[in-house]
Design a protein around this ligand. Structure first.
Ligand SMILES: Cc1ncc(COP(=O)(O)O)c(C=O)c1O
Length: 420
């Protein structure tokens, strides 16, 4: 067992009481608590509509359905993301057009996206949309993506799975904006390890009443009215199927948890920010580590604390560092193996490691450390001390002396060929 696991959700008595209330009410599936959660989430984000579903994957799928994505169309997707961002494109037999990441924030590289768009258009491909992701809660190049979308007529469907909440502004004199307020549809995740959780759950947010209606209908079998109303005194037995929909509705049990998670989202964010600050301070002098950058005009959600290990001359590689941390009782993770390196995409679309040099080179260096509100200063200090010890032991030895890390600045990056 881990003494410091990779993640622990912060579930308090209010969540427990609300779930008990839900169980006692006899209404377990989508109902009044889901409606309330949707209303409070829309208000929190200051968007007109929020449609609660059972995952962010479902929200992304419904968002692409509302824009009428067609088979064969291209959708720009960062290669450095979770499976869900691209698989939803494949649900339509459409094609994810992967984009490389940029080293400073690990988000979609807007310049690379522009190049790939030009090449795709030159080949006569039909481009429909772009799905930006904010890596670990580090806000990406929103204005650059919007400019690209305007220039090439792309719909922006935002994968804001890591961003509850995160903020950005265009420059130091512009007003702050909340991530999830600018795209046609912005999709959030409430999976168990996310900033706020319902165990499994998601939200699709939009200012379009038409898109919200369509997503709501498609989230429940394509039925023309909320099924839950059928059993209330406002409802009737009669409904019509207007499209072959899906079964993506959120339960009231999950919404009961979400209501209280949302009410403390800012507090949870403050605590994650505090622990991220402590990590940044305690690891600042470790030469083998490239820390996440605090970017100007960005407020990170700190869903993840992911750093890059530079171990070219060391006796351990990233996998062995993870194993050593595990032996010390510390849970970690890797976000992520880029999608173009996975067998499905390699085989289906002939993706090559060298097609995305930045993500390919950075992937072997990535490691995410535990980051959640209920950590303590002692635990963060202990993770840092353990990591420092592991790295110090792995430093190269020269003529009987362990060299300081500084003397071993990496001379060559991980070569692309190593992964092919
Ligand atoms: C970037 C990103 N997008 C989408 C998802 C999918 O979220 P869910 O598990 O709620 O479907 C995840 C989940 O981890 C994610 O990290």
């Amino acid at each position: 067992m881990f003494s410091i696991p990779f993640y622990k959700p912060s579930i308090g008595q209010p969540e427990i009481d609300e779930v008990v209330d839900c169980l006692k009410s006899g209404w377990l599936t989508t109902g009044p608590k889901t409606k309330q959660f949707e209303a409070e989430f829309a208000r929190y984000l200051r968007r007109d509509h929020a449609v609660a579903v059972n995952s962010c994957t479902a929200a992304l799928h419904l968002a692409l359905e509302t824009i009428g994505l067609k088979a064969g169309q291209r959708v720009l997707v960062p290669t450095l993301t979770f499976a869900a961002t691209a698989e939803v494109v494949r649900y339509f037999d459409a094609v994810p057009l992967f984009v490389d990441c940029r080293p400073e924030d690990l988000n979609l590289d807007v310049a690379d996206a522009a190049e790939r768009i030009k090449r795709a258009l030159a080949e006569g491909q039909d481009l429909a949309a772009i799905i930006p992701v904010h890596y670990g809660g580090q806000v990406g190049g929103v204005s650059g993506i919007q400019a690209l979308a305007r220039q090439y007529g792309l719909r922006v469907i935002e994968d804001a799975a890591h961003c509850c909440p995160a903020y950005y502004r265009d420059d130091a004199t512009s007003p702050w904006k909340t991530v999830g307020t600018d795209a046609e549809v912005s999709c959030f995740s409430f999976y168990a390890n996310k900033a706020i959780t319902t165990g499994e759950g998601g939200m699709a947010c939009t200012d379009s009443a038409e898109r919200a209606d369509r997503m709501r209908i498609m989230s429940l079998h394509g039925i023309s009215r909320d099924a839950w109303k059928r059993y209330t005194d406002q409802g009737s037995w009669y409904y019509e199927i207007v499209a072959p929909g899906y079964k993506y509705n959120l339960t009231d049990i999950a919404a009961a948890i979400g209501l209280h998670q949302l009410r403390k989202a800012d507090l949870l964010h403050q605590r994650r920010t505090q622990w991220a600050g402590l990590y940044l301070e305690l690891l600042a002098d470790v030469e083998e580590v490239v820390l996440p950058r605090v970017m100007p005009n960005r407020i990170h959600s700190w869903h993840l604390f992911s750093l890059r290990l530079q171990l070219e001359h060391h006796s351990l590689d990233r996998g062995e560092v993870i194993a050593e941390l595990k032996r010390a009782g510390i849970g970690t993770s890797v976000h992520w193996m880029p999608l173009h390196l996975h067998p499905y995409y390699r085989q289906k679309f002939d993706c090559q490691p060298s097609d995305y040099p930045c993500a390919t080179a950075i992937y072997p260096e990535l490691i995410s450390l535990p980051l959640y509100p209920d950590l303590t200063a002692e635990e963060v200090t202990s993770v840092c001390a353990t990591l420092k010890q592991i790295l110090a032991r792995a430093r190269p030895v020269f003529a009987g002396h362990r060299l300081p890390a500084q003397a071993n600045q990496p001379v060559a990056r991980t070569s692309v060929g190593q992964l092919s």
